[in-house]
Structure formats: C-alpha cells, structure tokens
Design a protein around this ligand. Structure first.
Ligand SMILES: Nc1nc2c(c(=O)[nH]1)N[C@H]1C(S)=C(S)[C@@H](COP(=O)(O)OP(=O)(O)OC[C@H]3O[C@@H](n4cnc5c(=O)[nH]c(N)nc54)[C@H](O)[C@@H]3O)O[C@H]1N2
Ligand SMILES: Nc1nc2c(c(=O)[nH]1)N[C@H]1C(S)=C(S)[C@@H](COP(=O)(O)OP(=O)(O)OC[C@H]3O[C@@H](n4cnc5c(=O)[nH]c(N)nc54)[C@H](O)[C@@H]3O)O[C@H]1N2
Ligand SMILES: [Mo]
Length: 770
C-alpha cells in the first residue's frame, strides 16, 4: 500500500451506491465479476448455499438478492481465481511469509494441495493425503489426549462439527475450544442462569411484530448487514430503535437499501436509530440499571397513587424469581454514580425508559460490545433483566437477540463442540457408539492459550480459523507455539497460523461451502444453524478451487480412521459418501432438536430448534426466569479509575474484513481509506495527552504484570467517541490483550476494554502491516 491514507468523515448512509461499488471492486479484483454475480443469486436461498459470512437469519421468502456487501465480499474471497500452489510455497520460505501482512497472505489465493513443513529448507513441501493422515494419526496416537487441543472455528457445517466432536471424544479429549469462546460464550454462560436457554429467543417474524428495539454494542451495517432489512422495515413502521454504542456507527444511523431501485435512484434513506446514546465503553450495566431504576421507581409511585403500573406484575409474579432483590439494588443506586459510570445523563435514560414503558413488545439485540468485557456475562444478564421487567420474553414481537458471528458458530454447540462435558449428551453417545467418552472438563480458548504458554500442550489441530491471530497475548503465544510438537491447520486460505507452527506442521486444504462437494453418492449438501436457531440446508454450486481438495467431513473422517481403532458402529466411509447418514446420526443423538432433519432442512427459512424460554418454560434452577443483580455497576479496571492517562481501548472490525481476514484497507462508514493502523480518539483526550491529530503513537497495555505489551505505528484520529475511551482494529491490536484479561466466568477475552497508555512516536515511521 503506497497511497497516503485518507481519513475524512463519511457522509453517506450504510448500503447505497458505496456498497455496490465496494462489491464490484472486490469481484473484479478476485477475477469473478461475471460468474461471481451468477453465484451470488443463489446466496441464502432455499435451493442455494448459506452465506459463509455472518450468522444472521435467512428469511423464508428471500429478497431477489439475499446477500449484502460483506456477504458478497466473503463469497468473492472464497471463489477467488488466485491460487496458493506447491510452486508458491517453493518460492517463499516461511520466514519470508511471516513478514507479509494478513491481507497479503489471504489475498495470495486458495490453498490447493496438502503441505508439510520442511525444517531444512524452511518451506512447506507438497505431501500426499495418505502420507499426511498416516503421520498425523501416528503422532496423535503417541500423545496423552489431555495434551492435545482440537480447535474449531465457527464456519464448519453441522455435519463436520458433529464428526469433529465425536472424533475428539473417541480420541479421549474434551479439549474442544472454539471461536465462540472469544465471542458469545458470555451469552452461553449468562442466558441459562437468566432464562434457562443458551441462545436467543427471537425469530425473524418477531421483527414484524415488535414495538421497540434496543440495540447494544453491535455494528449491524458492517457485521450483519442483512439485518438492516428487518430494521429498515421496523423503522418505516415507526418502531423506535434505541441504540447504545460509544461510537456513532453509520449502519445504526441511516440505511439506503442497495437492492431497492427507487431508493437507490432517489437517494432516499431510512433513519435506523431513533435515539442514539453514546455511553462510555463498559457503561452498559450502569445505563441499564439507570433505566431499571426509573421504571421501578415510576412504578412504585404509580401504584402508591393508584395509577396504572409500569411493570408487568402478573408476569413477574408468575414467571420470575429475584425481582425484589433486583428492585432494591436499583433503588439504592444514586444518579451521580449511574451517570458517572454510564457516561449518560439521567435525562437520556429517562427518554429510554419512557419509550420502553410505552412499548408492548420489545426486542433486545446485542453483540461484542457487551460480551467482550470483564463483565461480559453480567452485561448480557442486564439486558435480560430489563426485558423481564415488562414480560418481554416469550411473547410475539419480544425477546433477546444475541447476534452471532460465524455462520455456524451457534450450530456447532448444538452438535457437541464444547469443552464442557455437562453440555453434551455423553450417555447417549456412549450408547450410540459403544465407547466411554471422557467426563472431565476440557480447555476453552483462554485455557488452551495458558496451557500452550506453559508448554503443557503437545499438539494443536485446527478445523478452520486463525487461532494465534485471533487469540490474546500474541507475542508470547507465537513464541510458545514453536514448542508444540504437532500443528495441523484445516484451511481454505493461507494465514498467520500456518507460519507460526510446531515442529511437525501440516496445512490440509479443504473445500469451501460454496463449492460443489462431490462424493460417492453424488453432490452433497450440508446444514448450518443461524443466530435465531433456524437450521438450513446449503448446497455448493461453484467448481472447487483445486481437484486436490478434500471436503471437511472427509478430512475429519480420515484423521479419525488414521488415529483411532476401528469401531463398527461408526461407518466413517459411508458417512463421507452420503452426508444424509451423518444427519441421521445427529438426529439419533439429538432427537428433539433434529426431528426430521433431512427433510426439514430444505424448508424455506429453515426449521426452528425448540426453545423453552420462547414458550415461557424456564429451565433454570428456580424453574423461573431469574433477575440477577450485577456484583457492581462498573467494570473495575483499577488503573483506569485512578490514572487519567490510561484510556480504555476497544478493538473493533472495519467494514473491509471478516475477523482476521482483511479484504482491504478501507473502512468506508468510519471515513478511513488506505490504512488500518488508526487510533480513534476523542478530541479532548488528544489535546489533554499532548498528542497531535495525524501523529503516530505507540500503545502500551497499562497493567503491571511484568510483561511489556505494545503496538506501534497507530495514527491519532479524532472521532466521535466519549473521552477516556479509544478504538482501534482487531487483530492488529491483539498483542495488547493480556491472556488473563477476560470476562469472569465465560473467559471471553475482554477485547473491548483494554487499558492502554498512549505515547508519541519519536519520528514519523512507516506504518506496520501495510
Ligand atoms: N463483515 C463482517 N461481518 C462479520 C464479522 C467481520 O469481521 N466482518 N465478524 C463476525 C463475527 S465472528 C462476529 S462475533 C460478529 C461481530 O459483530 P459485532 O458484535 O458488531 O462486533 P464488533 O465489530 O467487534 O463491534 C462491536 C460494537 O460494539 C461497540 N462497543 C464496544 N464497546 C462497547 C460497550 O462497552 N458498550 C456498547 N454498548 N457498545 C460497545 C463498538 O463500537 C462496535 O460498534 O460479526 C460477524 N460478522
Ligand atoms: N482483539 C480482538 N480479538 C478478537 C475479537 C475482537 O473483537 N477483538 N473477536 C473474536 C471473535 S468474535 C472471533 S469469532 C474470533 C475469530 O477467530 P477465528 O475463527 O479463529 O478466525 P477467522 O479470522 O474467522 O479465521 C479465518 C481463517 O479461516 C479459514 N477458513 C475460512 N473458511 C473456511 C472453511 O470453510 N473451512 C475451513 N476449514 N477453514 C476456513 C481461512 O484459512 C481463514 O484464514 O476472533 C476473536 N478475537
Ligand atoms: Mo465471533
């Protein structure tokens, strides 16, 4: 990137012509303009493939183009005509590739051939599939299964994930960390205590019936743009949409539907948020407690004066537990502490409470802005508390709606990817397959990092993802990684985790979901579960990137066969030749969730997995929905409290990336062009800390544990963000994130609240990673 970066405020809406141009430019760059367009018509259709980008719901009656700017980019990225061949690896030593940026690595194209690292030449050399499976199997047989980690990123289908989890348990380990451990694990821990289910309760239909939407810490325009359609429709019906976000995110403000010709021609926009509250990072508990306090005290007064109550007392009495304690905690809080902690004035929270109290059916939506904090679990429980006050769970148009990340991340949990044995029907697996599954608790992502840092792990086998780049503590983790005996990456594209590797290292390239997966009985389909727990079929339609690729189910089956003694009850080869049989096996293990799996997955809109909370059946210890009082209304980062030079850094996604996959260096909605090395800051902080707009700075994590963590070469950029808070991009800032800085209980790395100090860099330096 030689062009000077350009940073100026973006004036347009989300969507619109900017989005059309952005899709065209990536299709052209990846050599896919004509065929790519034809492929996109099948995206998220009942007879097509499920988008490989986000997990947002797919409607039963899809729009003619049921894809968004970022889904189209993800498709183009997977179908690129560029290839990373054995010749490519012959030309580049691994040490050289390590100097490439994330963008350059993935932009090199699709992996075409299984490769094994050769120590003498420091190159990946081609290897046959047979040889690869044989050596990996032999190595795995030699380890204690407790020393082996089987990571899973959130894209693999239900069939692959089921087979992966089964392979792990047959092998003897529950070390199944997944990308969800860095993402919505806070949801999976919080909601069972609150409402007795681990997933959201809302389906698409509820958006048509809702009266009010509350939106916490999710950047819809960038990360789940198809959700802008139901939001736009709700907004047009006059439904208030109330947003809580430290940053003013364009997708949450205005939207022009790029698929509606009249909107595009007339340039008409829909306002998305009716109220936009720029709270402080980590201020959500205080903000929601403030709203709850107003509702509870207004209700106290109304009842004392014989007026209509504000809370739904019938619901609270019949369906909930812990209300009195929660109400007492809310009444006790003072406005000065609530305002100070949330960064919002009482009047703003009164406006929210008034709108909320008028609505009959309210949806609470949230994303990483809540889950990736030290208080991630309690943040989520506060949204549930607020909804429970007026019975907004388990009725049409109302409910809680975590927006999941990867396209099948929620589904993987459904079919057994979990380090927690109590979440998996182990007895059923034992009966079905005649083996004794391990009963001990395995490692989640943070625990796997800790064990790798302590050199307690021997092998790391990854089904997708880019673990070292996505995880915290980058520098120490990369160093420790070299001490692993075996590393295996099942991947579609080259990434940093292939270059940071163990003594024996393999890259196993697989088909992507958009590609035709031809097996002995013909082309195969797979299924995925979206954010609203609807399960859909997906058929690949594009020619595979290389004839040497294997499908993910085949790779998992071959690894299992090479590692494990034969088990007549598990017909790996038959499963691979016909995925219908894998789905039958899934249905046998999970009869309630997957009844009629093979037929129902083709139902338009998918089939919905039963969700007890939707029907006001509460599978909690109290058998009620629980109000849960947070331990504190602050995040408790002591250094920030006492030292005004310490700012709270949130690491976010640009409009030009999918996680560690960087499509380009523009972040259109935030007005950034040509760089990702940006530090968004409040103008007052820039002046107060004696920094210069456009000047280069180095960030240092402000914790005192003897480790220096730094990222240099960030450009100071004034932005509409509360003082004391700053923002930059993930994954560039991951070296700043200590492995122990995570949400209590869920252990999701607290990527949205890293305490940092900011210092000027001596002279203007070339920017890293560009
Ligand atoms: N195009 C694209 N789509 C994606 C992804 C991608 O990288 N690119 N990633 C996928 C994945 S795996 C995931 S998990 C999702 C992530 O989607 P999001 O949940 O939207 O994740 P982030 O981009 O990290 O943005 C978090 C938002 O929270 C806000 N925020 C930060 N701190 C706070 C806080 O303390 N309180 C509140 N209220 N808000 C806060 C930020 O300003 C930002 O708007 O998207 C998925 N979809
Ligand atoms: N600081 C900070 N850190 C974060 C976050 C943050 O907001 N801030 N977000 C966290 C979140 S929410 C998540 S989900 C994680 C993401 O962590 P991961 O899921 O581990 O990372 P991705 O970047 O999604 O993985 C990209 C790689 O997946 C491979 N891949 C793509 N498609 C396929 C496929 O179909 N099959 C296979 N086998 N491989 C494929 C490609 O080789 C690609 O390079 O990062 C987390 N880390
Ligand atoms: Mo995620």
């Amino acid at each position: 990137m030689s062009d000077e970066p350009e940073i100026k405020p973006y004036k347009g809406p989300a969507g619109g012509w900017g989005s059309v141009k952005s899709v065209e430019s990536i299709l052209t760059r990846e050599g896919r303009l004509i065929s790519g367009n034809a492929v996109l018509l099948k995206q998220n259709k009942p007879d097509g493939y499920a988008c490989v980008s986000c997990a947002w719901a797919k409607p039963a009656e899809p729009h003619p183009f049921e894809y968004c700017e970022n889904g189209a980019k993800a498709t183009a990225w997977e179908l690129t005509t560029k290839r990373v061949t054995p010749e490519f690896f012959a030309q580049h030593r691994v040490a050289e590739l390590r100097t490439w940026s994330d963008y350059e690595l993935e932009e090199a194209g699709r992996l075409t051939h299984p490769m094994r690292w050769d120590k003498a030449s420091d190159r990946y050399l081609p290897v046959s599939w047979e040889e690869a499976f044989r050596e990996i199997g032999r190595e795995l047989q030699g380890f204690d299964p407790r020393e082996v980690v089987l990571y899973c990123s959130g894209r693999a289908s239900l069939e692959t994930s089921y087979m992966w989890a089964l392979f792990a348990r047959l092998y003897g380990t529950n070390n199944l960390p997944d990308s969800s451990n860095m993402c919505h694990e806070s949801t999976s821990v919080a909601l069972p205590d609150s409402i007795g289910v681990s997933v959201g309760t809302v389906v698409l239909d509820d958006f048509e019936k809702t009266d009010c939407i509350l939106f916490f810490g999710q950047n819809v325009g960038t990360n789940s743009p198809r959700m802008l359609h139901p939001l736009q429709e709700a907004s047009k019906r006059g439904v208030p949409i109330i947003t809580f976000n430290p940053l003013r995110e364009r997708g949450l403000e205005r939207f022009t539907n790029p698929q509606a010709p009249t909107e595009m021609l007339t340039g008409s926009e829909t306002r998305i948020s009716s109220q936009y509250h720029q709270l402080k990072t980590g201020g959500d508990i205080a903000a929601i407690m403030g709203i709850a306090k107003i509702l509870i005290e207004t209700d106290d007064r109304a009842r004392a004066e014989g007026r209509e109550p504000v809370l739904d007392h019938a619901f609270i009495a019949e369906h909930t537990h812990g209300f009195e304690e929660f109400a007492a905690a809310a009444r006790r809080l003072t406005w000065s502490e609530l305002e100070h902690r949330s960064g919002l004035p009482q009047a703003a929270l009164e406006a929210v409470a008034a709108t909320y109290a008028r609505a009959k059916a309210v949806i609470g939506i949230y994303g990483m802005g809540l889950t990736q904090h030290k208080t991630g679990v309690e943040n989520v429980q506060m949204v549930a508390n607020l909804l429970l006050l007026r019975g907004n769970i388990g009725k049409p148009g109302a409910g809680i709606c975590p927006v999941r990340g990867h396209s099948n991340v929620q589904g993987q949990r459904t079919v057994g990817i979990s380090e927690k044995p109590e979440l998996v029907p182990l007895d059923k697996l034992k009966e079905q397959y005649g083996f004794e599954p391990p009963r001990w608790t395995g490692m989640n992502t943070v625990e796997a990092c800790e064990a790798i840092l302590k050199r307690e792990v021997k092998a790391f086998v990854a089904l997708g993802g880019n673990f070292v780049r996505a995880a915290p503590e980058t520098e120490a983790l990369e160093e420790a990684w070299k001490h692993l005996r075996l590393t295996v990456q099942i991947s579609t594209k080259l990434n940093r985790n292939h270059l940071v590797h163990g003594e024996i290292s393999y890259i196993l390239p697989c088909l992507g979901r958009i590609e035709i997966d031809e097996q002995a009985t013909g082309p195969q389909a797979v299924a995925v579960e979206d954010s609203t727990a609807c399960i859909h079929g997906s058929k690949g339609i594009a020619k595979p990137a290389s004839p040497d690729l294997l499908s993910e189910p085949r790779i998992v089956a071959e690894l299992a066969k090479a590692t494990l003694p034969a088990n007549p009850k598990i017909p790996w080869d038959e499963w691979v030749s016909d995925y219908v049989l894998v789905r039958d096996a899934i249905e046998e293990t999970y009869p309630q969730d997957f009844r009629g799996f093979n037929e129902r997955m083709w139902q338009p809109g998918g089939f919905h997995r039963p969700n007890a909370a939707r029907h006001r059946q509460w599978k909690t210890k109290t058998e009620k929905a629980n109000f849960i009082v947070p331990r504190s209304i602050e995040e408790n980062l002591p250094d920030i409290e006492n030292d005004r030079d310490v700012l709270k850094l949130m690491t976010v996604r640009s409009n030009d990336q999918f996680n560690t996959t960087v499509y380009g260096f523009h972040d259109r909605f935030r007005g950034v062009k040509g760089t990702r090395m940006i530090l968004f800051m409040n103008r007052n902080d820039i002046v107060r800390l004696n920094l210069e707009e456009g000047g280069m700075v180095v960030l240092t994590t402000a914790v005192d544990d003897g480790i220096v963590r730094q990222v240099a070469g960030l450009r100071v950029t004034p932005y509409d963000i509360p003082d004391g808070c700053c923002a930059s991009y993930y994954p560039e800032c991951n070296p700043l994130l200590p492995v122990w800085h995570h949400a209590d209980r869920s252990k999701v790395p607290a990527a949205k609240s890293i305490p940092v100090r900011i210092a000027r860099m001596a002279a203007r330096q070339p920017e890293a990673a560009e």
